[in-house]
Design a protein around this ligand. Sequence first.
Ligand code: 8Z2
Ligand code: NDP
Length: 284
Amino acid sequence: MDKESYGLSDKQLAELDTVFASDSFSGKRVVISGGGSGIGKAAAWLLARLGAKVLICGRSYEKLMAAIKPMQEMGLDVGCKTLDIRNPEKVQTFFDEIMDELGGLDVLINNAGGQFPQPAIDFSPNGWRAVIDNNLNGTWFMMQAAAQRWRDAEKPGNIINIVTVIDRGMPDIAHTCAARAGVIYTSKTVAVEWAQYGIRVNCIAPGIIASEGMRVYPQEAVDEFPRSNPMQRFGSSWDIAQACAYLGGDASQFMTGEVMTLDGGGRLWGELWPYKKPDYFKPS
Ligand SMILES: CCCCCCCCC/C=C/C(=O)SCCNC(=O)CCNC(=O)[C@H](O)C(C)(C)COP(=O)(O)OP(=O)(O)OC[C@H]1O[C@@H](n2cnc3c(N)ncnc32)[C@H](O)[C@@H]1OP(=O)(O)O
Ligand SMILES: NC(=O)C1=CN([C@@H]2O[C@H](COP(=O)(O)OP(=O)(O)OC[C@H]3O[C@@H](n4cnc5c(N)ncnc54)[C@H](OP(=O)(O)O)[C@@H]3O)[C@@H](O)[C@H]2O)C=CC1
């Protein structure tokens, strides 16, 4: 399949079935970074359909507006703001504004992120820095800004960080493995530190998901990605959105500091090096 065609249409996102009750997020205010495409957009659709007031952010205003228009046309309560999560001052201003505009915040989904594939030995200092900054620093600025406001207002909070499956590392994306390991262990640590404030922190580790994010990878790699798990297929953004609904809702109220993996068993079996695998690693 052409990598450009990966991702769910707005019609699908408006109609896909869910196991969650239609009012399970009513009264909840949710912020989703990177909500203009892929997994973040699917989560925005689902949680808004379940009654949440949702605000998505990302770097491209046009992308955000295009994402929220069909949701608003369905009568869903969704807004957007531009934000580069790597800028700590802008993140602070963002949270000041949205706390005011939404009247508070219940759930923060740190989904914005990504990387480019390259053998680690060839990373430039700036390429390494860009991926660490986007995924580790950006996510941390968002987590801390939300937690400070929840603590100061004496309100509970709930953070969900979208990471990636790092158990076996992943050839060609060592920079993101480093960043996501940082996010996971920061999350485990602050899940403990922030329990006293009623703040939960969990991560979701998606395996290969058929989202718009696939456009970043060469077609030959995308064609091989299903072999990264024993189900030998892609997961869907909707799978990850439903995991967000579980972690963002009351059913998971006793869960904090965990990583929920949805990878079709890829942690246990699968080819992680789908593209330009050196001869050294090929069967002789
Ligand atoms: C195949 C098997 C995979 C196997 C991997 C399988 C993975 C599947 C699981 C994960 C799937 C997903 O995450 S899907 C989601 C994918 N979505 C995304 O990645 C979207 C977000 N990504 C990004 O915005 C960008 O990739 C990112 C670099 C992180 C941020 O962009 P920036 O605008 O900050 O970066 P730039 O200013 O353009 O560049 C900063 C530096 O990075 C370098 N750089 C940027 N792109 C580069 C590239 N393609 N190759 C080399 N170097 C690159 C530049 O040259 C710069 O270094 P100098 O030249 O030295 O200055
Ligand atoms: N698809 C997959 O197989 C997997 C995805 N993931 C992770 O899931 C998350 C969502 O990915 P997916 O939906 O697939 O891909 P997308 O590329 O569609 O989503 C990434 C989103 O993040 C936004 N974003 C990136 N950098 C920034 C930034 N600095 N500030 C604000 N927004 C930013 C992008 O918007 P914009 O460019 O407009 O800012 C985009 O909407 C990412 O963290 C990804 O790495 C993890 C494992 C597997």
